[in-house]
Design a protein around this ligand. Structure first.
Ligand code: GLV
Length: 328
């Protein structure tokens, strides 16, 4: 019998995908940093039983229509807004992601971005490199304190909770907003639940960690930025689509908020001439939330395990659309 075909949309370390090769034919895109064009992805999916995808791959109804053997899509990310999950569910295709293994690393990055933005760390490093440091002066590159301030976390899932844990060492007051209450965060970390508007009004740092869905698209709009303190710093480590970028730019230019730290953009990769990237009060990163060597290795391993579980008719560790697995 022919082995099932698994198509991997980026070049990944051979060693990590070896377990797949024992029971499947593996076809891997040749580039680590260039996306597979959509038309080739669809072509590859036509014969595939499984796909190992990255967050910039568009996995939609059209692709599913042309992939009659497809059983599983394992996305190398916790987010899955690049995948039409409803269309997959209709066709009983299992969608898997990589939760939990990246929570600590992403929370570290979120807090690092917050510090970099508030304390102007990137500017300071560039200042020294550019030989601009001629004398000491009292307010040279003076930023804003982080300790004893109020952080407002929008989206208190696993990463939100992990970020909240980090802020306790800085004696921060923690507010959060979430679809449902997070009792663990309230009881263990003393986080206080707030309505969205109240959080925006009270927080010194507003951190966006909510996934991109139809409900959260442009959640951070003109009204949201106007509600924030003029000294507030906005941090986004979720998805660019949660933010109305024009409204953010307007708020920064009008001094309605003090700064922003952005790891994600509506269109990625973002161009260097994007006005938010060039803004003096914005720190931008190229979507590196979970980018540590250890965590990326764990994420790839989890994707491989998720696919192997499907090939062995077992329940995968991380399933987005569990209803597909319920036996009739
Ligand atoms: C990264 O953005 C992820 O969703 O894992």
């Amino acid at each position: 019998m022919d082995k099932p075909l698994i198509f991997i949309t980026r070049k990944l370390p051979e060693k990590l995908i070896e377990p797949l090769k024992e029971i499947a034919e593996v076809d891997m895109w040749h580039s680590e940093d260039k996306s597979v064009p959509y038309s080739i992805l669809v072509e590859k999916a036509e014969r595939a039983t499984g796909l190992l995808t990255v967050l910039s791959d568009q996995i939609d109804e059209n692709l599913f229509q042309q992939a009659p053997h497809l059983k599983v899509v394992a996305n190398l990310a916790v987010g899955f807004d690049n995948i039409d999950v409803e269309a997959a569910t209709k066709r009983k295709i299992v969608i898997c992601n990589t939760p939990d293994v990246l929570s600590d690393t992403t929370a570290d990055l979120a807090f690092g971005l917050l510090m970099a933005t508030a304390r102007r760390l990137i500017e300071a490093a560039q200042y020294v490199k550019a030989n601009q440091w001629n004398s000491w002066s009292p307010y040279l590159l003076a930023g804003r304190d982080i300790h004893h301030k109020t952080i407002g976390i929008v989206g208190m899932g696993k990463i939100g909770e992990t970020l909240a844990k980090r802020t306790t060492g800085f004696d921060m007051n923690i507010l959060y907003h979430n679809r449902s209450r997070n009792i663990q965060a309230e009881e263990v970390l003393h986080a206080t639940y707030c309505e969205f508007e109240e959080l925006l009004r009270k927080a010194d740092f507003v951190v966006c960690l909510t996934p991109l869905t139809d409900e959260t698209k442009h959640l951070f709009n003109e009204r949201a930025f106007q509600a924030m303190k003029e000294t507030a710093i906005f941090i986004n480590v979720s998805r660019g689509g949660v933010v109305d970028e024009e409204a953010l730019l307007k708020a920064l230019n009008a001094g309605e908020i003090a700064g922003a730290g952005l790891d994600v953009f509506a269109e990625e990769p973002v161009n260097a001439d994007h006005p938010l990237v060039q803004h003096p009060h914005v720190v931008s990163f190229p979507h590196i939330g979970s980018a540590s060597i250890e965590t990326r290795t764990k994420m790839i391993t989890l994707c491989v395990e998720n696919i192997l579980d499907i090939l062995h008719n077992k329940e995968p560790k991380a399933v987005v659309n569990g209803e597909v697995l319920i036996k009739e």
